[in-house]
Write a protein that binds this ligand. Structure first.
Ligand code: ZN
Ligand code: ZN
Length: 156
């Protein structure tokens, strides 16, 4: 990419833009998402808009609609935007590697959140449950201590 001139880069972007507006791409994208369950590869969400992101455009532009699954990945709209923001800010990483940096980062963050039980809902992690019990015990001891002290003070 770095060896391309500004004019070539503009032409490349234009070709991508035209392809992503084509019915060929709409069909390819739908087929990919259907096969992969309309699920964000980063966060696992199946809600809202799921996009198909290109990890590589070479084969897509050479042979529209025939790019292999390995050139594509399904992402929720939010994480699709996050991937493009990162790739734009770190062009030296390249599209494929840069995309995976973001996807893996989100996956790792999600795993940590699950372990800490901060995802909400009923799926609290073991650490969250442990902390909740510890706090309950500390609260009971604290209240008991205050009550005991008050009694001792009253009778003492
Ligand atoms: Zn997502
Ligand atoms: Zn994309």
């Amino acid at each position: 990419m770095s060896t391309r001139s500004a004019g070539e880069r503009a032409q490349w972007r234009q070709a991508i833009h035209a392809y992503e507006r084509s019915t060929t791409w709409a069909d390819r994208s739908t087929a990919y998402k259907r096969k992969h369950g309309y699920r964000c590869a980063a966060c696992g969400s199946t809600y809202g808009q799921i996009d198909t992101h290109h990890l590589d455009y070479q084969r897509a532009l050479r042979d529209p609609g025939q790019e292999p699954d390995s050139d594509l990945i399904a992402l929720c709209h939010l994480h699709h935007m996050a991937v493009h923001d990162f790739v734009r800010a770190h062009p030296q990483q390249g599209l494929r590697d840069g995309s995976w940096v973001v996807i893996n980062h989100i996956r790792k963050q999600r795993a940590n959140d699950r372990a800490l039980g901060v995802t909400g809902g009923k799926q609290h992690g073991a650490l969250y449950r442990l902390f909740r019990w510890l706090w309950a015990i500390i609260a009971v001891l604290a209240v008991g201590g205050v009550v005991a002290y008050a009694f001792l003070d009253m009778w003492g």
